[in-house]
Design a protein around this ligand. Sequence first.
Ligand code: S3P
Length: 168
Amino acid sequence: MSNIVLIGPMGSGKSTVGAALARRLGRPHVDTDHFFVARNGPIPEYFSAHGEAAFRAEEARIVAELLDAPRPSVVSLGGGSVVSAEIRALLKSQFVVMLDVTEAQAEARIGDAATRPMLTAGTSAPPIERWKRIYAEREPLYRECADLIVSAAEATIEDRAETIIQAM
Ligand code: S3P
């Protein structure tokens, strides 16, 4: 049985929906960002010290480790993981769910952009402007990787978890 892997843009609820889904299914939930922080310290500091390329390389190592877990798990990925060809290749053997989100939903959720260097580094533009540009670049990759796309209209965490369970 493969893992269920949640992908989608920053602010799409990958961590919260992942936790709800895992609880309902009685599976472990792992979040690659949390794992990253436990191993390397806070993401913004890591970005400033080592840069995005080093972050992506470490993220790919972590994703590979977590997808290889002994028990089928629910795995929430960071929003930028799909830019890595290595991670996209790993996703081919998993059940991959894209959580879609509207701009308004994302704006409400990324209130604390300080923890997300992709939205703040090197710009004074509002975080949502950067979010829109990044989402436009990555949306084709999310769609290409996804076996299931949960529409942004399914706004609540529990609705989203239920839709995924019904589709499995
Ligand atoms: C990133 C998204 C973040 C985190 C890092 C980079 C991105 O995860 O991995 O800040 O490039 O979109 P969330 O999607 O959980 O915010």
